[in-house]
Design a protein around this ligand. Structure first.
Ligand code: ADE
Length: 230
């Protein structure tokens, strides 16, 4: 089963990984998730993990030493590790990245805080033969740290692991599946009972029982929606 190690100064953020689909996947033995407190690798009475930036400027930078120790502790020379460094400066996360990550055996999530992690951590592991390093952003906005970004990535990745979703057919039909020419196409709008709600009716065609017509209608709606998102 794939293994995901998360390194953070706020392990409590990850208590939600016990519930819902991800919680079930963990108890079913479909994924192994371990959470590690970076501060366990900090020195001194204050267990400090950050310092002022070289060259000056506002804020604090996370020191490389605790990160090196924490990452070394969860990795070995035996297998390939994919180290994911969460940063707004990273490559934008999307569904195809989620699919790629969902096929990998060992992901290590480095959740930085403050003004980020000393860049030598990325540099160092980038030169190690058993590591691939990915700087990833979940979108063009600045969060207080990588914890929420890691949760977003995990949710998108874990549901793609075989056996995690009760109904794997929903995977094939859903939003952000790519068309054959590689464009993202979002899902058509969905309706359930009642047929009339606050004077709004469900589109007639969906009640017709004509599967081919319904398929065509849904495809058109999906295209409209996809174009409106640009
Ligand atoms: N850390 C701070 N902002 C972030 C973002 N947008 N994506 C990933 N990690 C971050």
């Amino acid at each position: 089963m794939p293994r995901y190690d998360i390194i953070t100064i706020f392990p409590d953020y990850f208590s939600t990984l016990d519930i819902s689909l991800i919680g079930k996947a963990r108890t079913a033995g479909l994924v192994d998730i371990e959470i590690h407190d970076l501060r366990d690798h900090a020195e001194g009475v204050h267990k400090s993990v950050d310092d002022t930036p070289y060259g000056g400027g506002a804020g604090m930078v996370m020191s490389p030493e605790p990160w090196g120790k924490a990452i070394d502790e969860v990795t070995s020379n035996e297998i390939i590790h994919d180290l994911i460094v969460l940063t707004p400066a990273g490559k934008k996360f999307d569904q195809s990245m989620a699919e790629q990550f969902s096929k990998l055996e060992h992901l290590v999530f480095a959740c930085g805080r403050y003004e980020g992690i000393d860049h030598r951590v990325t540099e160092y592991y980038g030169t190690q033969p058993t590591f691939r390093v990915h700087e990833v952003s979940i979108g063009d906005y600045v969060l207080n740290g990588g914890e929420v970004a890691t949760l977003v990535m995990l949710e998108a990745i874990i549901r793609l692991i075989p056996g995690v979703l009760g109904n794997p057919e929903s995977l094939a039909e859903e939003s952000h599946t790519l068309t054959s020419n590689g464009e993202a196409i979002v899902e058509y709008p969905n309706y359930t009972k009642p047929a009339i709600w606050r004077e709004l009716s469900v589109p007639e065609i969906l009640l017709s029982g004509n599967h081919a017509a319904i398929k065509g209608y849904r495809h058109e709606e999906a295209i409209k929606r996809s174009q409106n998102r640009e």
